[in-house]
Ligand binder design. Structure first.
Ligand SMILES: CC/C=C\C=C\CC(=O)SCCNC(=O)CCNC(=O)[C@H](O)C(C)(C)COP(=O)(O)OP(=O)(O)OC[C@H]1O[C@@H](n2cnc3c(N)ncnc32)[C@H](O)[C@@H]1OP(=O)(O)O
Length: 351
């Protein structure tokens, strides 16, 4: 008996296998190519191979992995961040010192690294939203702690002090570089003020949205320093105009939401905080519905291409995909596309 075209195979559904099928002896399914094509043929090939060889080529034919549960570090919670699961594959990280306008104290700088390293390890998480609790997104570095402890260093002489300070600055940088190193896309929803280190943070995110009341300020020159945790390195690659970046960084002038959108710092502006956070969660859900092999490979290669020449990046891409194109996700997603299936209804294993 033929199944209804390109449908879920009733026998293999639990394994996440989709292809045209017909019932074989004893109710066992036999997969056949429907409209032909490489992808369906790959599925057929797998079905035709003896089980041992099939699992060498594709990995064991086992049920879809279920969410492994959040890593221990996420379950323990944080002092300055609140992490919430929005849906099965989407985490929402809130900067959470609302009384201090989410100013970034020592705990924050440490916890960002712990949080995003844990998220990177969480195979069930496929996209992350960042927002700020309370009245504004972030007032930047904690100016009280900066004066008293954040930048204090040990050392008998200037060289040793300098070396220790360098170490400290590198650690601060890591608090935002960890967002780029996290293979899952990070979407940031900004409302109200986004000042100093707040701008450094959002520059390391993959997608930036804001509300109409948002404003941005590369404030560092006003407190006597050159921004050193990412804005000067990343902002020129985000905003097309070096002249504008220079102006913002030399003068610390406020940039309001409409200008932030027109220069490309944010890609969309929403009426208020509620709607920008909802939109960020919605895009995270759309990302999470797609193959994590495809999405995470895309992030890796977009970032590589930002920092390398086109020939180098093409070479890296080819090397990347010589492994990743062999994923079952390619077969699954291509079949879903042929069947015009909503990817929300197509299961992909965690990565
Ligand atoms: C290696 C170095 C790495 C990184 C360096 C980064 C540099 C920077 O980040 S530069 C930017 C520094 N930040 C600022 O200059 C912003 C200062 N804050 C403000 O301008 C305002 O607070 C505001 C963000 C516009 C919000 O205004 P408002 O809503 O009126 O709140 P306030 O009443 O001013 O503040 C409420 C509460 O929060 C405390 N607070 C605000 N910002 C900071 C801060 N940056 N550091 C520490 N504390 C901050 C403020 O003192 C109030 O606390 P109370 O206890 O209630 O008095």
């Amino acid at each position: 008996m033929w199944g209804g075209g390109w449908e879920v195979c009733p026998t293999c559904a639990a394994r996440g296998r989709r292809s045209r099928y017909r019932e074989g002896r004893g109710g066992a399914c036999r997969h056949v190519t429907g409209r032909g094509g490489l992808m369906a043929a790959l599925g057929l090939l797998r079905a035709a191979l003896p089980p041992r060889l099939s699992s060498v080529l594709w990995g064991p034919h086992r049920p879809m992995a279920t969410a492994t549960g959040a890593p221990e570090r996420l379950r323990r919670g944080f002092e300055t961040l609140q992490v919430r699961q929005e849906q099965e594959h989407v985490l929402h990280v809130q900067l959470h010192r609302p009384d201090k306008r989410n100013a970034m104290n020592g705990a924050f700088w440490r916890e960002m690294v712990e949080c995003f390293q844990a998220i990177a390890q969480d195979s069930s998480c496929r996209a992350v939203v960042i927002s700020g609790a309370g009245a504004v997104f972030s007032a930047g570095i904690d100016l009280v702690e900066m004066g008293s402890e954040l930048l204090m260093v040990e050392g008998d002489d200037p060289a040793r002090k300098a070396w220790n300070l360098r170490r400290k600055i590198c650690a601060f940088q890591e608090s935002f570089s960890v967002l780029e190193k996290c293979p899952k896309p990070v979407i940031v929803a900004v409302h109200g003020a986004c000042i100093g280190a707040g701008v450094d943070l959002i520059c390391a995110c993959d997608i930036r949205y804001c509300s109409q009341d948002a404003w941005f300020q590369v404030k560092e020159v006003d407190i006597g320093l050159a921004a050193d945790v990412g804005t000067l390195q990343r902002l020129p690659k985000i905003v097309g105009s070096q002249s504008l970046v220079n102006e913002l960084a030399f003068t610390a002038r406020k940039m309001m939401a409409p200008e932030a959108q027109s220069c490309g710092l944010v890609s969309r502006v929403f009426p208020d905080k509620g709607s920008v956070v909802q939109a960020a969660i919605a895009v995270a859900e759309a990302i999470a519905a797609r193959s994590p092999v495809a999405v995470q490979g895309t992030k890796e290669n977009l970032l590589y291409a930002r920092d390398h020449s086109v020939p180098e990046s093409l070479r890296y891409m080819a090397t990347w995909n010589m492994g990743m194109l062999q994923s079952q996700d390619v077969v699954t997603a291509a079949q879903a596309a042929m069947n015009r299936k909503d990817l929300k209804d197509v299961p992909f294993s965690n990565l």
